[in-house]
Design a protein around this ligand. Structure first.
Ligand SMILES: [Zn+2]
Length: 50
């Protein structure tokens, strides 16, 4: 059974393997928040209009 971690954004409990945990250096997001970030335009790219 994989250990439970908390999403950094919403605090939801998520199951992740220790391998992923170390790979991400402990920065884990649930799939919902990760999808939200992926679909949000990156302001650093200069295409986003506030
Ligand atoms: Zn989340």
């Amino acid at each position: 059974m994989p250990p439970l971690f908390q999403c950094l954004i919403c605090g939801q409990s998520i199951e992740r393997s220790m391998k992923v945990f170390w790979k991400r250096k402990g920065h884990l997001l649930c799939s919902t928040c990760r999808d939200r970030i992926d679909s949000t335009p990156d302001p650093a790219k200069g295409n986003a209009t506030p």
